[in-house]
Design a protein around this ligand. Structure first.
Ligand code: PEP
Ligand code: MG
Length: 755
């Protein structure tokens, strides 16, 4: 049975009049409950609003004791009203007191009422309160009545969101919408950012909720859906989307929803009840979101994102213009909050415009993370539901060190963080003052400190940090942020720009180190049980010489007339290097034969990161121009601990005696053969670890640009001779140190080393 459809429409029309009246928020709410009660023919209508302390407070009622307004309250989960808020789902009960969740509030005088219908007040899937009607008779409310109540709840949600109700809040706790929230994610790029939320894909704010004419709205919806379907079909048909892959899957999902009768019928029903087409789409999406947010199945959650995107597209179609802040409107302290973002989009925002990035997705190796790190933007990823919790303009703190995000932080927390930021800035200023000072120890031993890089945007750090050169240029990053395999010319252009930007300082390129955790989306990867030890890096390059030769050719072209330093990753046996070297020789010969200029000077090296090389050091030193220790991988394979697995990654100490002996054997072999040796893993960038390296004989270190200052500060205050004399004997048999960490810390404290 369906009720008279004019009912809900009439209600909405009257609501519009009430919304337009110049009255207080309390008066408006009081009028709204009277209107609803008479429209649904209920004896009671009440509005409960969720406070920041998790309590639902009665804000207005028709039918219950008026004195209970702002006095009666329930916690989320408590009673029927609390249950609706907790589950974000309507409850329709002919006999409320028989429900196990029923809780009786004596101050309201509600004992006389039997039937009960309550709906959540939702906005973007978030529960802001509960709207209830009650009757004395035992009745089940009709589907249309549920709809009408949900629609009205939407209007109240807008009142809450617009801040109207803050004025009549009785408690200092405030409303839930402005509650401070701390969300935990994963710190992906270090640093702390304080600022204000800018939503990457801003929610389109539908302000025109109530329709003038239902038929017009129906045709607007139909036309918008047709345009939407066409645009998706066009995209799928155009050759731009690969035949398989993530993009296509997402679009197929869009198409499925766009043709889904159930979805469209729900929107049409909301229009029938008097909403505008865009408000109807938003209402249906909000209901779906609230229902699906409780899903833990990752597949369904992914589909929810797709549906969210589609609903947004549809709303944009309906509202007829692109929304979102233009770049000129970005606040000075923007912190971008989004579901996910491509690397190119982050580059578009630019380094100077944003102070932080928070994503619901994003992982340690995702492209946007790589770029955020390169740009020095603090970033936290994998933060559940942050987009629906945040509103544009909210104050926010991003802590890329701990992975915490504080939304609408309390003043004391904000002050503590502001102090942290000032402290960092002071230290940075101290480090900047060291920039042009020589890297030399107290006893006069000279060092070379270089920086690691991977993208052109890293290169300005060369000047800022005062690094002597780029000790490790990870060429795979360009490949990882591209959407298809960079061609020879693109590679060449990038390498030549890097060399130009380095302005004569040396750059050590590393050939492609893909495979393992470094995945190229467009390169079909085979499933491997142990990708870190699988078909990766130089192995892949030698098995697919076309790939490696293209890269070598691009490098030779780019460095024509200048110096080229190139090293190969993941070499396990010396022969692999010889094979790679012969590819370089062939390319050089080929270029010369065709009259191309070649580099003035080519030096080829090996990254020592597979332990088997420790037993081939003499042969290795005989054939290379230089070596560079990749301590990240070397330690991973040395101790058999996956560097990316937080459960085990810190299980063993990198300053353990065994590993330090291994490092010393490399430095000794290189010195003996007069082969230059660098260390370019993360170890080099940590001052205490760098102290150990210095004692072992490493004088050339390459690290992230941010580490240069701290390491240089340590270096300039340490006495290398005394340190070696203290540390080296501890590596001899007969001591039972498991780690040298304490020895170093004591030495630093005794001799005033700046750590
Ligand atoms: C290393 O393994 O130490 C290294 C520098 O290379 P990557 O971190 O790129 O594997
Ligand atoms: Mg490595």
């Amino acid at each position: 049975m369906r009720s008279n459809l004019a009912g809900p429409r009439l209600l909405l029309r009257r609501l519009r009049e009430v919304m337009a009246e110049p009255i207080t928020a309390q008066e408006r709410l009081d009028k709204i409950v009277v209107l609803i009660a008479s429209n649904v023919v209920a004896e009671v209508c009440s509005v409960y609003i969720l406070r920041a302390d998790g309590v639902l407070e009665l804000y207005a009622t028709e039918g219950l004791n008026r004195s209970a307004v702002h006095n009666a309250s329930l916690r989320v989960g408590q009673g029927l009203v609390g249950l609706i808020a907790a589950e974000a789902r309507p409850l329709n009960l002919p006999n409320a007191s028989a429900h196990p969740g029923f809780a009786y509030l004596p101050e309201t005088g509600e004992e006389a009422y039997n039937s009960f219908l309550g709906v959540p007040i939702l906005r973007a899937g978030r529960t802001l309160g509960v709207l209830v009607v009650q009757n004395q008779s035992h009745r089940t409310y009709l589907e249309d009545e549920v709809e009408a109540l949900q629609t009205t709840a939407m209007v109240i949600a807008e009142m809450v969101a617009a801040g109207e109700l803050e004025a009549i809040a009785q408690k200092a706790t405030g409303l839930d919408l402005s509650r401070p929230i701390t969300a935990n994610g994963v710190g992906l790029s270090e640093g702390v950012g304080l600022g204000h939320v800018v939503l990457h894909e801003p929610r389109v704010v539908v302000t025109n909720l109530i329709a003038e004419d239902t038929d017009t709205e129906k045709s607007r919806l139909e036309a918008a859906i047709n345009r939407l379907r066409l645009s998706i079909d066009d995209l799928l048909a155009s050759g731009e989307i690969a035949a398989t892959g993530e993009h296509r899957e997402v679009l197929e999902a869009y198409r499925m929803f766009a043709y889904d009768r159930g979805w469209i019928r729900k929107i049409e029903d909301a229009i029938k009840n008097g909403l505008t087409a865009e408000a109807a789409v938003e209402k249906v999406q909000s209901d779906t979101r609230a229902r699906m947010l409780r899903q833990t199945d990752p597949y369904l959650r992914e589909r929810l994102h797709d549906l969210d995107d589609l609903a947004h597209r549809l709303i944009r179609e309906l509202m007829g213009r692109e929304h979102g802040p233009g770049f000129d409107e970005l606040p000075q302290d923007a912190i971008i909050v989004g579901r996910n973002m491509g690397a190119a989009e982050l580059l578009d925002y630019g380094r100077d415009r944003i102070r932080g990035l928070v994503l619901e997705e994003g992982g340690p190796t995702s492209h946007v993370t790589i770029v955020a790190r390169a740009l020095g933007i603090p970033m936290v990823g994998l933060v559940d539901d942050i987009v629906s919790l945040a509103d544009g303009g909210d104050a926010i703190i991003v802590d890329g060190d701990t992975g915490e995000v504080h939304l609408r932080p309390a003043a004391d927390l904000e002050n503590a963080y502001a102090e942290k930021v000032r402290f960092r800035a002071r230290r940075q200023a101290q480090y900047r003052r060291l920039r042009n000072k020589p890297s030399v120890t107290r006893d006069g031993v000279e060092f070379s400190l270089q920086m690691n890089a991977g993208l052109l945007v890293d290169l300005p750090h060369l000047e800022e940090s005062g690094a002597a050169g780029v000790g490790l240029f990870r060429t795979e990053l360009q490949f990882m942020v591209a959407s298809s395999f960079p061609r020879m010319r693109e590679q060449q252009q990038q390498y030549s720009q890097i060399l130009d930007a380095a302005g004569g300082k040396p750059v050590t390129f590393r050939s492609l180190d893909i495979g393992g955790d470094k995945v190229l989306p467009y390169l079909r990867s085979i499933q491997e049980e142990n990708p870190a030890m699988g078909w990766r890096a130089l192995r892949l390059g030698l098995d697919r010489p076309g790939l490696l030769r293209t890269q070598i050719r691009a490098l030779l072209h780019a460095a024509a007339g200048r110096d080229l330093k190139l090293m190969f990753p993941m070499v396990a046996v010396v022969e692999e290097f010889l094979e790679a070297k012969s590819l370089v020789d062939k390319e050089v010969k080929h270029l010369r034969q065709h009259g191309h200029a070649t580099p003035e000077n080519i030096r080829l090296g090996v990254m020592v990161e597979v332990p088997s090389l420790l037993y081939q050091l003499e042969e290795l030193m005989d054939c290379v121009d230089f070596v560079s220790v990749g301590s990240n991988d070397l330690f991973q394979f040395f101790c058999a601990v996956d560097r990316g697995n937080t459960r085990v990654a810190d299980r063993f100490d990198t300053l353990g005696v065994g590993f330090l002996r291994a490092l010393k054997s490399i430095a000794d072999a290189a010195h003996k053969a007069h082969v230059p040796v660098t260390l370019c893993g993360e170890l080099a960038g940590r001052p205490l670890e760098a102290m150990a390296l210095l004692a072992l004989g490493f004088k050339d270190l390459s690290m992230s640009p941010a580490s240069l200052g701290p390491v240089k500060a340590m270096l300039r205050t340490v006495d290398a001779g005394r340190l070696s004399a203290r540390l080296l004997p501890r590596l001899e048999p007969g001591h039972n140190d498991r780690s040298i960490r304490d020895v170093l810390q004591r030495f630093a404290a005794e001799t005033d080393v700046a750590l």
